[in-house]
Ligand binder design. Structure first.
Ligand SMILES: [Zn+2]
Length: 318
């Protein structure tokens, strides 16, 4: 999905819709995951768990009063399996669901949770769901699911940070600026030194996955901030869990590659020339490549150098 033609003026809406189109229309999304889903729950510490085996990693934390769920999966099947995994560990009720971003594999399963369960998400993620629901280019089936989801979204969203207690668990929800998407939200458990990073952290491609409304510079800033947290266990949205050293190594690799791309852009090289010189064999075919994303950022001048990032993409709640 190439969406390089977005100009700066009026680019916001296109950028937001571009996220939805890139996510919804990609070949990987159209194909079922091979084989049946086989979720597996992995204990971390202090009541915190992560679940592998779905389209994306999920997580949950069992607190004194209830369970905090991290991401909801892509479908009814995934949401039900997630609930079954939680039920193997505890009979406590779900106190809240935290959503790391608006991509379907993390958010559409929300439709299969009771409407009484509070949902926490970043304000730009909410806007991205609304944009996807209204995007004429979105495949009808997904557009309809996003439209249903709009009814399910919280009116109150997280801006920069929310420090609170959910189910008796002390959680810090932070948004560091557009990175993977415009509305990434990290859940940090300070008492357990655990970070659930959603797709800010992916551990299956060589370089991060950056949507058009995201930002590689924002991703670097997010990584630096996450590395500075008092934590030692990082749960990515996809792939195995990461140590702090592995996270730091991924950041260094990304910074090196971004500088290489930037140098070639300054030399006036085309995207094709850059891709040929700097191949990325591990890219996800569902999204624009890392190289395409950085090239677009550098040549469009987006995002601008001065934060706050979220004002760039902030839209009224629909
Ligand atoms: Zn994902």
């Amino acid at each position: 999905m190439k969406m390089m033609k977005s100009d700066r003026a009026g680019g916001l809406r296109r950028a937001l819709c571009g996220v939805a189109v890139a996510v919804l229309a990609g070949p990987a999304m159209a194909q079922p995951r091979p084989g049946p889903l086989a979720m597996e729950t992995h204990a971390l510490r202090g009541g915190a768990y992560w679940i592998s085996g779905g389209r994306s990693n999920d997580g949950f934390v069992v607190g004194p009063q209830g369970v905090v769920v991290l991401d909801a999966g892509i479908s009814a099947a995934e949401a039900k399996m997630e609930q079954a995994e939680i039920a193997k560990v505890t009979s406590k009720p779900v106190s809240a669901i935290v959503v790391t971003h608006a991509d379907p594999d993390h958010v559409l399963g929300l439709l299969y949770y009771p409407t009484s369960t509070p949902v926490f998400m970043q304000e730009n993620a909410r806007s991205e769901v609304v944009a996807a629901a209204n995007d004429p280019a979105a495949p009808p089936a997904y557009k309809a699911l996003y439209a249903q989801l709009v009814e399910r979204l919280p009116r109150d969203t997280v801006g920069r940070e929310l420090v609170t207690t959910l189910g008796g668990v002390r959680v810090v929800l932070r948004h560091y600026g557009p990175a993977h998407t415009a509305g990434d939200l990290v859940m940090y458990l300070p008492d357990l030194k655990i970070v659930y990073g959603g797709d800010l952290l992916v551990n299956y491609t060589q370089f991060p996955v950056i949507h058009l409304a995201g930002s590689s510079l924002g991703w670097e800033d997010s990584m630096k901030a996450i590395l500075a947290l008092d934590a030692d266990t990082y749960i990515p949205g996809h792939g195995p869990i990461l140590s702090k050293a592995e996270l730091a190594s991924r950041l260094r690799d990304e910074q090196t590659r971004r500088e290489q791309i930037k140098a070639m852009v300054v030399q006036g090289k085309t995207l094709a020339e850059i891709e040929q010189a700097l191949p990325d064999k591990t890219e996800d075919p569902m999204f624009i490549t890392y190289t395409e994303g950085v090239y677009a950022e550098l040549t469009r001048g987006f995002p601008p150098p001065n934060p706050p990032w979220n004002n760039i993409v902030k839209r009224p709640h629909g």
